[in-house]
Write a protein that binds this ligand. Structure first.
Ligand code: URA
Length: 290
């Protein structure tokens, strides 16, 4: 939809782009049009090609990235930015990680009364797995079985998650599994924003300790929290995102997959997991090694 007045060439100047697009966007919305297809990649390439000349001008202000010109909207569908700086603490050894996690669980999570969920829980569900795992799955929150056993993903959704992990050529003990909230929301409702806010510092700390290579968020609540995004699962999944310097792949929640066990949904999850496998260097079935 870039017409000749807004050619790629002219868009290499962000100020010009901003002025022209704001006029143009007003026009678009006046016609009830919501989306603007802009070839950001071409613009970025062009800006990069022009940069040496700009660099010789010491007074030149740094050019804003195309994303910063506009508030992020669903329509532009750009990947979310990291929510905070990458972790800088040195990575601990596996025994140190195990000790730190166990201490956090015992001292902080088990006795936690930061939100109303502590009143109805039977057990806290800290999370489990290899403290040194390369892949960290993040779910939504404990259900009934998890609340009873104090372990994540041990019900029907857990059985499917185990199959997904097995499909990746791994055992459950080789990954790490946790949730955005550590206590069961009554009737398995979605955790409320204040509950997520109260609980997620624990998850962030777990991620800081484990420092996985890849995070896989399962379902919308976990993906939305991690990416501070308003996008739908259909738009988020299948693409790499960045969370504090760690690659993050959102995919459908196994409970959703159980409810909508279509070939399309299963193929989508498998495709997401294959991207994760490639990223961590796991062999992908059907792909010959080079
Ligand atoms: N669903 C989740 O999101 N987490 C669990 O631990 C179990 C089911």
């Amino acid at each position: 939809m870039i017409d000749d007045r807004l050619s790629i060439e002219s868009m290499a100047d962000p100020d010009l782009v901003k002025r022209r697009l704001s006029v143009w966007l007003r026009g678009e919305s006046a016609f009830g049009l919501r989306s603007v297809a802009v070839d950001w990649k071409a613009i970025q390439d062009l800006q990069a090609a022009k940069r040496p000349a700009a660099a010789s001008n010491a007074a030149a202000a740094p050019k804003p990235s195309p994303r910063s010109l506009f508030a992020p909207t669903e329509e532009l569908d750009l990947p979310a930015e990291p929510q905070a700086a990458a972790f800088t603490q040195p990575v601990a050894s596996r025994p140190e990680k195990a000790a730190m996690l166990a201490q956090m669980d015992g001292d902080q999570v088990k006795p936690c009364e930061h939100c109303r969920l502590c009143k109805t829980r039977k057990n806290t569900v800290f999370g489990e797995g290899d403290p040194d795992a390369g892949i960290f799955f993040v779910g939504e929150g404990p259900g009934e079985n998890e609340d009873l056993q104090g372990r994540p993903f041990v019900g029907r959704a857990g059985e499917l998650l185990n199959k997904m992990i097995a499909g990746m050529g791994l055992r459950r003990e080789q990954v790490y599994i946790a949730n955005i909230v550590k206590c069961r929301p009554p009737d398995n409702r979605v955790p409320a924003p204040d509950e997520v806010e109260a609980c997620t510092p624990f998850l962030v700390r777990q991620l800081e300790i484990v420092r996985p290579k890849v995070i896989v968020t399962l379902g919308l609540p976990a993906s939305k929290y991690m990416l501070a995004s308003r996008l739908s699962m259909g738009k988020l999944r299948g693409q790499w995102h960045n969370w504090r310097g760690i690659k993050l792949m959102p995919t459908y929640h196994p409970a959703y997959l159980l409810r909508s066990y279509t070939e399309e949904n299963r193929a989508a999850v498998w495709s997401d997991l294959k991207k994760v496998m490639a990223e961590v260097g796991l062999p992908i079935p059907g792909k010959s090694a080079r």
